[in-house]
Design a protein around this ligand. Structure first.
Ligand SMILES: Nc1ncnc2c1ncn2[C@@H]1O[C@H](COP(=O)(O)OP(=O)(O)O)[C@@H](O)[C@H]1O
Ligand SMILES: [Mg+2]
Length: 267
């Protein structure tokens, strides 16, 4: 679904992405991790053709982003910006969701209307409100709704839960999970290791524009050297299991921990 082949990218002769190669298959949920300035947002923009590689190639569904039309890529790739206000440009929530749909379904007003209603219902949004009068979390939700209305096969999410409260965060993550169950592929940038641990299966680790790891999230939680190199901390449950030494090996979730503790108490 998404393939980087020896991709490098520079802004004004400053190299920001260096010789990055990876492949993400259809239906995978992959986290992109790394400290501030590592190049995560730049890599995300290379996925939808907003930026083109200086060296190497980026293929989306087999199509080279340098050759494909931006409009064709926009149908395939849904991109949620780090800041939702870069995305929102219409007077009402309804117009905002319709804006993207008009590009994807120019000749089918009935289907546009159906999808609009579906999104308003799914996210519990009032179509008549002005996006700029909404909270940060609600604006993020509107931005996501307008992307999902277009049913992209590849979703690129740049820190989708930053600035959201717990409930908003879970609403957004549940909807993203449902998309994935319907066959969408997800690449999500996040600083929240709890969310990464709960939702992603694989992690790409970026440091100073280089890919320093392509590992399962499970193995990452028990790889202190790699976590340290990428300036990350493990999620709380694996960190707790590790602090208890060898007594609790391979603990990953609250459920794993409960079973292990019950086992110890019983024996
Ligand atoms: N538009 C730009 N022009 C020049 N340099 C940029 C631009 N955007 C980002 N950079 C630089 O590229 C590097 C990577 O930035 P970015 O991709 O935003 O990292 P991250 O999302 O991991 O924090 C940083 O050093 C940043 O200063
Ligand atoms: Mg960023």
């Amino acid at each position: 679904m998404l393939r980087f082949e020896h991709v490098s990218f520079e802004y004004d002769q400053e190299t920001v992405i260096s010789d990055v190669s990876f492949h993400i298959g259809q239906g995978e949920f992959v986290a992109l991790l790394g400290e501030n300035g590592a190049g995560k947002s730049t890599l995300a923009r290379l996925c939808n053709g907003l930026l083109k590689p200086s060296v190497g190639s980026v293929l989306v569904g087999g199509r080279d982003t340098r050759e494909a039309k931006t409009s064709a890529l926009a149908k395939e790739v849904g991109f949620l910006f780090q800041n939702p206000d870069r995305q929102l440009c219409q007077e009402t929530v309804r117009a905002e969701i319709m804006f993207g749909l008009e590009n994807v379904l120019p000749d089918d007003p009935d289907e546009r209307e159906r999808r609009l209603e579906e999104m308003l219902g799914l996210f519990g949004l009032d179509g008549g409100r002005a996006p700029f009068g909404l909270s940060r979390g609600e604006r993020q939700t509107v931005a996501l709704a307008s992307i999902l209305a277009c049913r992209p096969r590849l979703l690129i999410l740049d820190e989708p839960t930053t600035g959201l409260d717990y409930r908003e965060c879970m609403t957004i993550m549940d909807i993203i999970t449902a998309q994935r169950e319907n066959g969408a592929t997800v690449l999500m940038i996040s600083h929240d290791m709890e969310i990464v641990c709960d939702f992603a299966q694989r992690a790409l680790l970026l440091k100073s524009g280089r890919l320093i790891g392509d590992v399962t999230v499970r193995s990452l939680m028990y790889a202190p050297d790699l976590l340290g190199e990428a300036s990350l901390l493990p999620a709380q449950i694996p960190a707790l299991a590790q602090r208890m030494g060898g007594a609790f090996p391979d603990i990953f979730s609250v459920g794993d921990m409960v079973s292990a503790v019950k086992g110890k108490v019983a024996s």
